[in-house]
Design a protein around this ligand. Structure first.
Ligand code: SF4
Length: 168
């Protein structure tokens, strides 16, 4: 079957939803977290909620793992505000931006990007270094940001689904 988009271009129709969420690395791999801080075994329950709604997931790289490896200690945002780490996060954010632009060009919809509250790199309400770089690039493209709060009851998964407008 062939469909036509708004520009009059045709494309094959298949089972894909054309809906995508972008998530921080550890939501699909708790093993990347600072040792001692994981509160789930492997994949965060949010991912199953997204999967049950037919939403594809882009897993971004873990900037702390990339810069400091698996034996890194927990650090503050101020401790991560050094040039090499800021540059790494900018590079990773540029790679995500490239993917977003290409999907949007081809009529895919982004439901949003999900970070991790309290992370010096991936926090959203108190933006971490990686999220700050992503917000600069992706908010102008209409991407909304939400965050999993591992300190809260149910990790505020319901709030995240509402923020992404996929709670129905
Ligand atoms: S830096 Fe981000 S992706 Fe990596 S473990 Fe921390 S919150 Fe997760």
């Amino acid at each position: 079957m062939i469909d036509m988009n708004e520009d009059g271009n045709t494309r094959p129709v298949d089972a894909r939803s054309r809906k995508i969420a972008i998530v921080c690395h550890c939501l699909l791999n708790a093993n990347s977290k600072v040792e001692g801080l994981a509160v789930y075994a492997g994949i965060h329950p949010l991912i199953a909620e997204l999967a049950s709604r037919g939403i594809g997931v882009i897993q971004m790289p873990c900037p702390e793992m990339g810069a400091c490896g698996m034996q890194r200690p927990g650090r503050t945002r101020a401790q991560y505000e050094y040039p090499a780490f800021i540059e790494l996060c900018a590079r990773l954010a540029d790679e995500t931006l490239t993917q977003v632009r290409e999907y949007q060009r081809c009529d895919y919809e982004f439901v949003g990007l999900v970070g991790v509250a309290g992370s010096p790199s991936c926090g959203v309400s108190q933006p971490g270094v990686h999220i700050s770089a992503l917000q600069n690039r992706l908010e102008p493209l209409g991407i909304c940001f939400a965050e999993i709060d591992e300190d809260a009851e149910g990790h505020r998964v319901d709030e995240v689904l509402r923020a992404l407008a996929v709670d129905a």
